[in-house]
Design a protein around this ligand. Structure first.
Ligand SMILES: NC(=O)c1ccc[n+]([C@@H]2O[C@H](COP(=O)([O-])OP(=O)(O)OC[C@H]3O[C@@H](n4cnc5c(N)ncnc54)[C@H](OP(=O)(O)O)[C@@H]3O)[C@@H](O)[C@H]2O)c1
Length: 298
């Protein structure tokens, strides 16, 4: 990363537990004592406790500050970006990680608004607010999933996301939300399992923003991308799988993401793409995960 000698500011959303917490711990261990990690989350108590615990870990070197940030409050996302621009001249690392926990027995339709707000509306706000204040050499990574490639959706839906602008992605997400409310999502081809369109839309949003600033970012060693952390052993993912042997502990999953954050030699092929363990996943790849779709309640 550029700017290793100037103090850096890093921010992680949904960082009081799970992968986000491991990302905050890894940042705190790999950044310098002058650098600042903003560990953010929606609950003041959980955030304060997590920030205190991370700051006392033996490997922690950077300063760690807990900050309340409910990502469904898009104005708060904007205010925090403005604050960081005012206080530090911008931000160096943004990891957009928060997700709303959805359990297999819950109705997908009943949880759709919250799920979409946390994963998608918030991602759009993070890209819009933090993209412009990302410092040269910075990293803005959206934690998505390997489900985020276009092929996981019904072909009828591809044109909504393929080559779309951020406004168009936002429109597609809101159309999907409306179809769920009107009980017309299935006939339009939307899968039941919210995680699939949600992750595709996150990756499409990142692609849209990256396409508009690619040349400038590559010239300054800046990376905007989405990331798949692989299967991670967290309270959110555990109820979804019978066989959990392939799931990695959060600290291990975080390491691959942080290697991308701290890489000195940025491969231009990674820019704007969905990256899993350092490799680009084909945007057009994947097939609809029909088995999981049958598993979940409408
Ligand atoms: N686990 C996996 O196998 C896996 C696989 C692929 C991708 N991912 C992705 O990795 C990311 C992290 O997942 P995880 O498994 O670590 O989930 P997790 O353990 O449930 O953690 C989710 C975090 O998001 C926070 N959050 C929820 N709503 C929020 C809101 N409105 N504002 C701010 N924060 C909010 C939660 O806070 P509270 O503690 O307050 O609820 C929690 O800190 C997600 O983007 C997920 O899709 C995970």
């Amino acid at each position: 990363m550029a700017g290793v000698n100037a103090p850096r500011t890093a921010l992680v959303t949904g960082a009081n537990q799970g992968l986000g917490r491991a990302l905050a711990e890894g940042l705190a261990a790999r950044l310098n004592p002058d650098d600042l990690v903003l560990l953010t989350g929606r609950d003041q108590r959980r955030v304060t406790d997590a920030a205190r615990e991370v700051s006392h870990l033996p490997g922690t070197r950077a300063r760690v500050e807990g900050r309340l940030l409910d990502v469904t409050d898009t104005d708060a996302i904007g205010r925090l970006a403005d604050e960081l621009r005012g206080r530090y001249g911008g931000v160096d690392i943004v990891l957009s990680n928060a997700v709303s926990r959805l359990l297999p027995h819950e109705s997908q339709a009943e949880r759709a608004d919250e799920f979409i707000d946390v994963s998608n509306t918030a991602t759009h706000a993070v890209l819009r607010s933090f993209g412009p204040v990302l410092r040269p050499g910075g990293r803005l990574l959206v934690i998505a999933s390997s489900l985020g490639t276009l092929g996981h959706l019904d072909p009828r839906l591809h044109q909504r996301f393929d080559g779309a602008s951020l406004d168009q992605v936002e429109y597609a997400v809101e159309s999907w939300r409306t179809a769920i409310h009107h009980n017309t999502a299935a006939e339009a081809g939307w899968p039941r399992w919210l995680n699939v369109p949600s992750k595709v839309a996150q990756v499409a949003a990142v692609r849209a923003v990256a396409a508009a600033r690619r040349e400038h970012d590559l010239a300054t060693g800046t990376l905007i991308a989405s990331v798949c952390p692989g299967m991670v052993d967290t309270a959110t993912s555990r109820p979804w799988f019978d066989d959990y042997r392939q799931a990695r502990p959060p600290a291990e999953a975080a390491r691959a993401v942080l290697d991308l954050v701290f890489t000195e030699r940025l491969d231009p092929a990674l820019y704007g793409e969905l990256i899993r363990f350092g490799t680009v996943l084909d945007w057009h790849g994947g097939s609809p995960p029909e088995e999981q779709d049958r598993m979940v309640r409408p």
